[in-house]
Design a protein around this ligand. Structure first.
Ligand SMILES: [Zn+2]
Length: 49
């Protein structure tokens, strides 16, 4: 009980950082995807609604 264990705030698994590498990569990928979608939507969505 002397060791402080960190857990990933996303998946809850043991991690050295707040967010484990797996989730970090996932989040980064999602952000990139979202950004890509937004950019694409901005180009294609021309007054549609
Ligand atoms: Zn995780």
């Amino acid at each position: 009980m002397t060791k402080e264990t960190h857990t990933c705030s996303v998946c809850g698994k043991d991690s050295e950082t707040t967010i484990c590498r797996t989730c970090e990569a996932k989040i980064r990928g999602e952000i990139l995807e979202e950004k890509d979608k937004v950019e694409k939507a901005g180009h294609t969505d021309t007054g549609r609604r």
